[in-house]
Design a protein around this ligand. Sequence first.
Ligand SMILES: C[S@@+](CC[C@H](N)C(=O)[O-])C[C@H]1O[C@@H](n2cnc3c(N)ncnc32)[C@H](O)[C@@H]1O
Length: 326
Amino acid sequence: MHIPVLLEEIIQALDVHEGDKLIDANFGFGGHSFALLPHVGETGKILGLEWDPEVASYMQQEIMRKKVEKKIVLKNGNFKHIKKIAHDEGFTSVKGVIFDLGVATWHYKQSGRGFSFSTPDPLDMRLNPEDTKITAFEVVNYFSQKELVEVFKNYGEEYQAERVAAEIITKRKIKKIETSEELSEIVMRAKGHRGSKDASARGTRTGRSHMRGIHPATKVFMALRSFINDELGNLSEGLRESFDVLQPGGKIAILSFQGLEDKVIKSIFKELKSKGALMLTKNVDTPYRRRRFFLKKTFPVIRLIKNYHLSIGHLCTLSCWLCCLG
Ligand SMILES: C[S@@+](CC[C@H](N)C(=O)[O-])C[C@H]1O[C@@H](n2cnc3c(N)ncnc32)[C@H](O)[C@@H]1O
């Protein structure tokens, strides 16, 4: 089960009331939606989008089991088509859209699709195998050295992209790289680590990376996942489209913890400003460096940008400072 991140802040910032309609664009295991249900009350409703068919099908059963199928409508779809899905389901004017970008812990631990460094899973990394044809196996084993460098740099900001790509090319001449564990070993060696038994790489796998710095293969894995699933393209389209389904005063809340997503979000914000968006941008620095952004829709007369910077030193203590620039 995914523990919803910054739940209280989301509830507060979206200012959810009885009767509101919301869209949870990254439904996952429903952490945010289930917690928001009591706030929308008997007359409100939530539309959830989940691109992974396995997660969506499991959660559909959970929704039935919890007997909330009249309150939560879950669709197996990509949020880049949010406008059409929302229209089809009668969510044309909503109070808020929540994006909780990335993948769920389940993907790393149980999906068997090679998202994690430490499992001997086949290299796949597709969130939706029907919509996405190319796998991590194909990229790693058939892309040219130049193409690999581009993927690692452009989608993962991996500064040792050349060394990693060169090592991949050498290793795949001997034997195809088949599992995420093999790839992780290759990346570590390319970066001067002795392999998974190297003390400097231990204890840095999924979920614990913040304790001792990130695992040496993090950026390469992130780059592959992002490239294969076109995560940045989905985000641009999803943000643009979700602005169109907001009611006046409605807000988009985005949880992101990746620099490249951050850039996309800021550039789409600029675009939407010309459509009359009021930006309430909050950066929350938690130990996981999660950030959230809020975008408020107003009528075109108001073209005011407010920037807030909120920094939380420790997730638990909430010792924070707030600086309003707007
Ligand atoms: C970080 S998890 C969300 C967790 C969720 N908020 C919860 O509390 O359980 C992100 C989820 O979004 C899904 N996802 C990723 N890209 C998507 C897309 N383009 N459209 C819809 N869902 C997507 C992933 O499959 C994953 O289940």
